[in-house]
Design a protein around this ligand. Structure first.
Ligand code: ZN
Ligand code: FE
Length: 260
C-alpha cells in the first residue's frame, strides 16, 4: 500500500457517422471495457492499435448504435456485458444488470450507476468519481441532450439534474459529435450568452479541422447548454416563459430543438 494506482486510461475513437467509441483500460489488472458497441470493426481496430484485450462491455441503453455490436464482440472475446436493469430485455447478451445507486467495480476503478430515463426508459450513465469523469451516452450532449423517445420531459430534466450534482470539472464523455448543430440551436434561445458565443467560435474552429469536441466538462455545460439552463432569465425571456416551472421551460426547449 501507499502507492496509488495509475489513472484509468481512456481511448476515444470515431464510429459510424457521428458516434464515439470509448475504451477503458486498467493496466494493473489487464482489463479493457468498451462503452457501448456502435461499430464492431472500429472497436476491433482500436483494441488492436492499443494492444488491449476486450473483457467488458458497459452499455448505456438499448439503441442499435449502442448495443448492436454486443453479441458479435461477446462471441469473439467472451467479454462480460453490463447494462441497464430497466431495459435488460433489450440489451443483447447482458450478464450483469445495474441500476440507480449500484456500483460496478472495474478492476481498480468504481463506476457509480445513475438511472437517467428520458431518451430511453432505462438509460443509465457511468460515473467514475475517482477519475473525475463519466460516460453519459445519449442523455447529455455538448450543448444538447438526447431526444425523448421513451420518456417525458419531466423525467429527462430529473435525469439531467442528477448529473448536475457532480463537480464542475467532471469530464463528460458523450456518445455523439452533435456539438456544432446543438450550439447553433443554443444560440437561437440564448443569443446574448457570452460563454456560448465564444464556445461556438472555438467549436467551429475545431470542427473545421475535424477535431472532436468531446469530452466536455459539466461546468462548461452549465454555462452554455440550454437544456441545463431552464432557470436562465434570458432563456425564459426569449421563450416568453418568465417564472414558469423549470420543467415546462425545459420541455419547451426540447420541443423547439426537435423542430429546429
Ligand atoms: Zn440512443
Ligand atoms: Fe446514439
Amino acid at each position: 500500500m501507499g502507492t496509488t494506482s495509475p489513472r484509468l486510461k481512456i481511448h476515444m475513437f470515431p464510429c459510424l457517422s457521428d458516434n464515439y467509441g470509448f475504451l477503458l483500460h486498467d493496466s494493473e489488472n489487464k482489463l479493457t471495457a468498451v462503452v457501448d458497441t456502435p461499430e464492431v470493426s472500429a472497436i476491433e481496430n482500436a483494441l488492436a492499435e492499443k494492444k488491449w484485450q476486450l473483457t467488458h462491455i458497459l452499455n448505456t441503453h438499448h439503441h442499435w448504435d449502442h448495443a448492436g455490436g454486443n453479441l458479435e464482440l461477446k462471441k469473439k472475446t467472451g467479454c462480460l456485458i453490463i447494462g441497464p436493469r430497466a431495459e435488460s430485455g433489450r440489451i443483447p447478451g447482458i450478464d450483469i444488470e445495474v441500476g440507480d445507486g449500484d456500483t460496478f467495480q472495474f478492476g481498480n476503478y468504481t463506476a457509480r450507476i445513475y438511472d437517467t430515463p428520458g431518451h430511453t426508459a432505462g438509460h443509465i450513465v457511468y460515473y467514475f468519481e475517482s477519475e473525475n469523469l463519466a460516460f453519459v451516452g445519449d442523455t447529455l450532449f455538448a450543448m444538447g441532450c438526447g431526444r425523448l423517445f421513451e420518456g417525458t420531459a419531466e423525467q429527462m430534466w430529473n435525469s439531467l439534474q442528477k448529473i448536475m450534482q457532480w463537480p464542475d470539472d467532471t469530464k463528460l464523455y458523450c456518445a455523439h459529435e452533435y456539438t456544432q448543430e446543438n450550439g447553433r440551436f443554443a444560440l437561437t434561445v440564448e443569443p446574448h450568452n457570452r460563454d456560448l458565443i465564444s464556445r461556438m467560435s472555438e467549436v467551429d474552429r475545431l470542427r473545421k479541422k475535424g477535431v472532436p469536441t468531446i469530452p466536455t466538462t459539466l461546468g462548461m455545460e452549465k454555462k452554455t447548454n440550454p437544456f441545463l439552463r431552464p432557470m436562465s432569465g434570458d432563456i425564459q425571456a426569449s421563450l416568453h416563459m418568465q417564472n414558469a416551472p423549470l420543467t415546462d421551460v425545459f420541455a419547451r426547449i426540447r420541443q423547439m430543438k426537435d423542430n429546429f
